[in-house]
Design a protein around this ligand. Structure first.
Ligand code: ADP
Ligand code: GLC
Length: 474
C-alpha cells in the first residue's frame, strides 16, 4: 500500500520555524517514508528561503494569485522534499512568516489563502509526474485548502486537517468571502461563517475528510468550551471524524549520543560534565536540581507563574535557566528573577537552537507549566535527555509524562512530575517534589532511566498517520 501526500503548512524545519509546528511538518516526510507514503511539503517561499531555490525547476504556474503571479519550485532540503510557493507580492518581504516589526502582515488572510489555493490546485490536478492521494493541511494557515477542494472539486484527493493549536483561527471580515474565492453559500454558521466573518480554520474543520489533533487528550478537550476557544461545537459535531495522533520527536536531531560530550542511559558522565559547563557559562552554583525553561514566553505556556514559585525553589537549593522570547512583560519578569537571584537564576532572551540542545543535555529538569498544550515537544526532549519533565497535567503533556506518585513509583513507571490545576499552589508543590526527589539519588536515577527509556520517536505515530491515509483512500 502507500501513496502520495501533499503536506501544506506555513513552517517546516529546517527552512522556517517559530514553534513545534515546524518540527512536526519537517519530521513527517522521513517518518512516513518507511510506511510507504511519499510526502512533499508545500510552503510559502519567504524572502529568506529564496536564495536556496537557485536551479530548482518550476513545477506549477499560476497567473493570478491575488495581485501577482505565483509559481511553485521543487527541491529537497536536508532530505525533506519541498515545494515552495514563490509569489513575491505575498511572501518576499521583511519580517517573519506572520508579522514584521510593524505588527501582523495586514494581508495574512490573502497570503495563506493563496498557499491553500495552490495546494488545492495541485491536489486536484497533480503535478506533471506526481498526483497526491491525500492533502494534509496544518493549522489555520492551510485551513482553506480542504475548503477549496470541497467547494471547487477534489479530483479524487482526500483531505486531512491537523490542529496544532486552536488558539489561532485565521479570521477575516465577511466581505472578503468572494475575494477569497469562496461561494456565497459558504457564509453560513454550518460552514465558514464565524462571528460575522470567515475563519479559515473553521473552513478546514467543516470540510476536511478527517481531522486530527496532535495528542489524543487534546482531541477530547477541544470539544469542551474551556479549550475549544469558540470552535468546540464545530469539533463536537464532527466528532466521528476527529482523532488524536501524538507528535513524535526527531530522534536523530534530539539525540544525547550526538551531543558534546555524548551521553546515554548507561553512560551519564557526559551529562554531568554538560551540567558543569552550563553552570560555568551562566555563572551558576546550584546545589539542588538545575531546571530549565525553553519556550515561547506567552500566556499559554504559564510563564507568568514562575515569579511566584521560583523564590521557594531557589531557597530549597534549586536553580533555573530560562531561554525564550515573546511577551515583553514576561521577558521583563524573567530578567527580574535573574537579577534577584544571581548565581541561581539566569535568563537568555532570544531564540537559540544550539543553546537549547546544551540546556537539555546539562539540566536536571525541564519545566512546562502550560495552561493548555496541544502536544508539546520540550517535555519529550526532556524524557529523551534524562532531564525530568515537570509538567501541568493538560492535553499532550498528560499524554506523554507519567507523574511520580506512590502508585507509579511502586510500579516503577514514573517518568516525571505532574501537577494540576495550573496555578502557583500546584506548581509550587511540584517544585517541592522535585527538590525532594532530587535528594534521593537512587530514586532519582530510577526516574531518569525510566524517562530515557520512554519511546518518543515517530514510529508509532507515523504508522497511525499511514493507517489513516490508507483508510481514507482505501
Ligand atoms: P509551541 O509550538 O507551542 O511553541 P512546542 O513545545 O511544540 O511548543 O515546540 C516548541 C519548539 O520550539 C521546540 O522545538 C522548542 O525547543 C523550540 N523553542 C521554543 N523557544 C525556543 C528558544 N527560545 N530557543 C530555541 N528553541 C526554542
Ligand atoms: C503547537 C502547540 C504545541 C505542539 C505544536 C506541534 O505549536 O502549541 O503544543 O507541540 O503545535 O504540533
Amino acid at each position: 500500500m502507500g501513496g502520495r501526500v501533499l503536506s501544506v503548512a506555513s513552517e517546516c524545519v529546517p527552512l522556517v520555524k517559530t514553534g513545534g509546528l515546524a518540527d512536526v511538518v519537517g519530521a513527517l516526510p522521513a517518518a512516513l517514508a518507511v510506511t510507504g507514503w511519499d510526502m512533499r511539503v508545500l510552503l510559502p517561499c519567504y524572502r529568506a528561503l529564496k536564495a536556496q531555490t537557485a536551479g530548482w525547476p518550476v513545477v506549477w504556474e499560476e497567473g493570478d494569485l491575488w495581485g501577482g503571479p505565483g509559481r511553485v519550485l521543487a527541491g529537497t532540503v536536508a532530505g525533506v522534499p519541498v515545494l515552495l510557493l514563490d509569489a513575491p507580492h505575498l511572501f518576499d518581504r521583511d519580517g517573519g512568516p506572520y508579522s514584521s516589526l510593524q505588527g501582523e502582515h495586514p494581508d495574512n488572510a490573502i497570503r495563506f489563502a493563496a498557499l491553500s489555493w495552490i495546494a488545492a490546485q495541485i491536489a486536484r490536478e497533480g503535478l506533471a509526474d506526481w498526483k497526491p492521494d491525500v492533502l494534509h493541511a496544518h493549522d489555520w494557515q492551510a485551513g482553506l485548502a480542504p475548503a477549496y477542494l470541497a467547494y471547487h472539486g477534489n479530483g479524487g484527493c482526500k483531505s486531512v486537517l491537523t490542529i496544532h493549536n486552536i488558539a489561532f483561527q485565521g479570521w477575516a471580515p465577511g466581505h472578503m468571502l468572494g475575494i477569497l474565492r469562496l461561494p456565497g453559500h459558504a457564509f453560513h454558521t454550518d460552514a465558514l461563517e464565524y462571528y460575522g466573518g470567515i475563519s479559515s480554520l473553521k473552513g478546514g474543520l467543516v470540510t476536511a475528510d478527517w481531522i486530527t489533533t496532535v495528542s489524543p487528550s487534546y482531541a477530547a478537550e477541544l470539544m469542551r468550551p474551556e479549550f475549544g476557544m469558540g470552535l468546540q461545537g464545530v469539533l463536537a459535531a464532527r466528532g466521528p471524524v476527529v482523532s488524536g495522533i501524538l507528535n513524535g520527536v526527531d530522534t536523530s536531531v534530539w539525540n544525547p549520543g550526538a551531543e558534546e560530550p555524548p551521553f546515554g542511559p548507561k553512560s551519564l558522565a557526559g551529562k554531568v560534565s554538560a551540567r558543569a559547563s552550563l553552570c560555568q557559562e551562566f555563572g551558576l552554583d546550584v546545589p539542588g536540581p538545575l531546571a530549565i525553561v525553553v519556550s515561547r514566553l506567552t500566556d499559554q505556556k504559564g510563564i507568568d507563574l514562575l515569579p511566584a514559585v521560583v523564590p521557594d525553589f531557589v531557597l530549597g537549593g534549586g536553580g533555573l535557566i530560562v531561554l525564550g522570547s515573546g511577551d515583553p512583560g514576561m521577558e521583563a519578569a524573567m530578567r527580574n528573577l535573574a537579577a534577584r537571584f544571581p548565581g541561581r537564576v539566569a535568563v537568555r532572551i532570544g531564540y537559540d537552537e544550539s543553546l537549547s540542545h546544551r540546556l537539555f543535555a546539562g539540566a536536571d529538569a525541564v519545566l512546562v507549566p502550560s495552561r493548555f498544550e496541544p502536544c508539546g515537544l520540550t517535555q519529550m526532549y526532556g524524557l529523551r535527555y534524562g532531564t525530568l519533565p515537570v509538567v501541568s497535567l493538560v492535553d499532550g503533556l498528560a499524554d506523554t509524562v507519567i507523574g511520580a506518585n506512590p502508585a507509579t513509583l511502586a510500579a516503577g513507571a514514573a517518568t516525571g512530575i505532574t501537577f494540576h490545576p495550573v496555578d502557583t499552589l500546584a506548581f509550587g508543590q511540584a517544585l517541592t517534589q522535585l527538590l525532594v526527589l532530587y535528594r534521593q539519588p537512587k530514586l532519582w536515577a530510577k526516574l531518569r532511566s525510566n524517562a530515557m527509556a520512554h519511546p518518543v520517536g515517530w514510529e508509532t505515530s507515523a504508522a497511525a498517520y499511514a493507517a489513516l491515509y490508507e483508510r481514507l483512500t482505501g
